[in-house]
Write a protein that binds this ligand. Structure first.
Ligand code: FES
Length: 129
């Protein structure tokens, strides 16, 4: 019985470390793949800049903190606050919000951005497409 191995795609240098500052994003195209790179608390995230809803350029619009609503035991709301631990990016076409740290839609976790492994070494950011 033959064992087949899928070749591993090489990591591609897509940016310099200084291109993606803390709390910011950087957009880059590699061949025909458009990426949004994000850095939050030192960690990097790479997503395809194509919204799973209808393909909008999801990585390039507003970045906002997620919203927390405190619900009491009697199901009444005690108001909403912003959550600095949960940054979101908002798709400019129809407003879907995605968690930058996971790529998940803020309300429906089964809907998510396409993510790519990202590494940083020697001042270079590499992505495996
Ligand atoms: S294309 Fe992104 S919300 Fe519709």
């Amino acid at each position: 019985m033959a064992i087949s191995a899928r070749p591993v795609a090489p990591d591609i240098v897509v940016a310099r470390s200084t291109d993606v500052l803390e709390g910011r994003r950087h957009l880059v195209a590699v061949d025909d793949v458009h990426l949004g790179l994000f850095r939050f608390r030192g960690k990097l995230y790479a997503y395809e800049n194509a919204c799973p809803h209808m393909g909008g350029p999801v990585c390039q619009d507003r970045m906002v903190d997620g919203v927390l609503e405190r619900i009491e035991d009697d199901r009444t709301s005690r108001g909403m606050t912003f959550d600095e631990d949960d940054p979101h990016v908002v798709c400019p076409w129809h407003g879907f919000e995605f968690r930058i740290t996971t790529g998940e839609h803020a309300g429906f976790s089964k809907i998510r951005l396409r993510s790519f492994p990202v590494t940083e070494d020697g001042g270079e950011i590499r992505v495996r497409l």
